[in-house]
Design a protein around this ligand. Structure first.
Ligand code: MG
Length: 263
């Protein structure tokens, strides 16, 4: 462990969503993804172009994603084909290196995990564009939550599992082998934050300055982390110095005093 390790830190692990959490929703990636999904619904599934956007919104609301919704409705969509169409054609050059975020992440001694509904190829590509390779210990992604999908013989045999379903949260906690009470969970989606809270995680809503009921913290961007949750770096970060006057949020109070970190 390096000099940032401190046994008084209440957190042993940090779990990060990827899209719109580790990079801004304003890059244009999300917008292009929506367009690719609309094109997929039109070109591959035969829906009218004029209906594609509203269908996408409805599938997302009801099933968590268009892929999940299409399969639940009986469309035999291969997940890899779907992902290579909607993610493979994204303008990844819009995602720029973030050296400030890289330094911040590397200063955090605890385990850091990506937990995304996206497929692994997308996650790896985005992390490479952000130049955050080597900053994370594990990627929990679409394939982690849906290991049986490639073997399914009909589309509704295995429902697609994604955040914010309780099952997805349990799979992630198991795969990452974390103690939720000592884990910070970062996500830009309020439903995901609520699902995280329900399984006992300490939650951080990203992209907002105001907390929701289930969010322990709210941050406009992950880069603001040190000012809002200095406890990550241990007691030393909260004693003396400028950071001592930064108000911290509730949620820490209920955490038992830890005896070790990263064990
Ligand atoms: Mg997100």
């Amino acid at each position: 462990m390096d000099s940032h390790s401190n046994s008084a830190s209440p957190f042993t692990c940090l779990v990060f969503d990827l899209d719109d959490t580790l990079y801004s929703s304003k890059t244009g990636i999300a917008e292009n993804l929506r367009k690719n999904i609309d094109d997929y619904l039109t070109e591959k599934c035969g829906f009218a172009a004029s209906k594609a956007s509203s269908l996408r919104v409805e599938l997302f609301r009801t099933y968590g994603s268009s892929l999940a919704g299409l399969r639940a409705l009986g469309y035999d969509i291969d997940a890899d084909d779907y992902h290579s169409y909607v993610h493979g054609r994204l303008p990844y050059h819009l995602v720029k290196p973030d050296p400030q975020l890289r330094s911040l992440l590397l200063s955090i001694p605890q385990r850091k995990i990506i937990f995304t509904n996206s497929d692994r190829a997308h996650a790896v590509r985005v992390l490479k564009r952000l130049e955050l390779e080597g900053c994370f210990d594990q990627i929990v992604c679409f394939e982690t939550m849906n290991p049986n999908l490639p073997a399914s013989t009909r589309p509704d045999e295995f429902p697609v599992i994604l955040k914010p379903s309780p099952e997805a949260m349990e799979i992630a906690l198991r795969a990452a082998d974390v103690d939720p009470r000592r884990t910070l969970f970062f996500d830009d989606n309020v439903k995901n934050i609520a699902a995280g809270k329900a399984v006992g995680l300490k939650t951080v809503l990203i992209g907002k300055s105001v907390k929701t009921r289930e969010a322990d913290y709210a941050l406009e961007a992950v880069r603001d982390l040190a000012g809002v949750i200095p406890e990550i770096w241990g007691a030393a970060a909260t004693q003396g110095g400028d950071q001592a006057i930064i108000p911290t949020r509730s949620g820490i109070d209920s955490i038992p005093t830890p005896t070790s970190v990263g064990a």
